[in-house]
Design a binder for this molecule. Structure first.
Ligand code: CA
Ligand code: CA
Length: 203
């Protein structure tokens, strides 16, 4: 029991997951800091200003994005070829933060395929993971659910590449954001761990 309490003190608690399904925003809304209090802000290069970074309804379908398997009709349009959508993790006050687990749905349900590159970066802009995907049509094959776990995820970049139609994202789920550990804090934690291990070895 003692050990459990100690571990809980040493490691940040990543207990609660945040889910963003965009259902509380209306079609055409530009998404920036509406979800900052929940730990995430969005940006775009607005390559196609008409829809990049905006909320669309897949039932209409706004911006030509059809049902790609997200929950509810509202989704966030990343754009098309040349568009770049940024997703950055922050604390409620807007300062840089990290999460250790992210998942989201991305794609478009129409018959033309779409290709996009998804990159995950840490707070020092070091690339943690990068993959390119192509999705096709329908609510199942028209999208893909991506998930990534890493202790230091700070931001995600979604870039429309290749040819074909663009798409949107939906159902962003991530573990509660945490402050970026200070080097001094890390050192203190290491010292604490060393003292604890030494006390164990003496038993
Ligand atoms: Ca939705
Ligand atoms: Ca498509």
């Amino acid at each position: 029991m003692k050990k459990l309490i100690f571990l809980a003190l040493i490691f940040p608690l990543w207990i609660n997951a945040v889910t963003i399904n965009f259902e509380n925003l209306t079609s055409g809304t530009l998404v920036t800091n509406q979800y900052q209090s929940q730990g995430v802000i969005f940006s775009s290069n607005y390559y196609y200003p008409v829809h990049d970074g905006k909320i669309g309804d897949v039932r209409i379908p706004d911006y030509g994005v059809y049902d790609f398997g997200g929950a509810g009709p509202m989704s966030l349009c990343y754009g098309g070829v040349g568009s770049i959508l940024g997703i950055k993790f922050v604390l409620a006050n807007g300062t840089n933060a990290i999460t250790n687990s992210v998942q989201f749905r991305i794609g478009d349900g129409d018959s033309a395929s779409e290709t996009f590159r998804v990159s995950f970066f840490d707070v020092n802009n070091i690339l943690l993971s990068q993959n390119t995907y192509t999705t096709y049509s329908g609510s199942v094959n028209g999208g893909v659910t991506l998930s990534f776990t890493n202790p230091n995820i700070h931001r995600i970049e979604i870039a429309g590449t290749g040819s074909g139609s663009g798409g949107s994202i939906d159902d962003l789920i991530f573990n509660t954001t945490q402050a970026i550990p200070e080097p001094g804090t890390c050192l203190l934690l290491l010292i604490g761990l060393a003292v604890y291990l030494k006390s164990l070895s003496k038993r």
